[in-house]
Design a protein around this ligand. Sequence first.
Ligand SMILES: [Zn+2]
Length: 255
Amino acid sequence: MSALTPESPLASKVFPSPNHGERKDGQRPSMLILHYTGMPHEGEALQWLCNPVSQVSAHYFVFGDGRVLQLVPESRRAWHAGLSSWDGEHDINSCSIGIEIANPGHPGGLPPFPEEQIESVAALAKDIVTRWRIPATRVLGHSDVAPGRKVDPGELFPWKKLHEAGVGHWVAPAATSDGRFFSRGDQGMPIEALQAMLVMYGYGLKINGVFDEDTEKVVAAFQRHFRPERVDGVADASTITTLRNLIAARPQAAA
Ligand SMILES: [Zn+2]
């Protein structure tokens, strides 16, 4: 981006943040990470992302009314993901582009995202994944890459709508029902198999055959994104079937 011209045609202008650095090892963006700001006032959230004291930023900021600003050049490493991991990679900031969506989030009672905001997010995301050839399976929430620390963009974020707009990986969640399930304290082969499936999809988790706190948080993160009807960290049949269907529906990796 030049001082005045955003890189995405969806952004109306540049509003520069000083909070960025060099991408490690000359990496290029291969992931797109979505966030909510989690602050009551969007103007304050924007100022915070541009304040050198905060040490946080994102490449783009989307207001509730759908207006988009670019804060950090796409070639630079914005500071949005923090301690995180996906598919064995740990420096997510170096290989991703981050979008901050203005929304008060869980601390603010989880208000829904306005329609015009989601349309902007979808169009911006579509532009970014197209220009950088980012695979659908690498369009993720902050909670997917940092399940132990983060819950944004939250279970009200309409991943299904994004998928319908051509962004991200998604399958219809299997219907929830009562019946057999796995939860905290369970151990053994089925837990190991569940953990292996979560790791196969990309989540950062130790495969140890114990349904521990980390497993519960990863299951909750998975539900938040892919089976938002019930986010409780319990691996019920619907959760496991949805995960299996997602893995089966993964697009073949480009040769
Ligand atoms: Zn975040």
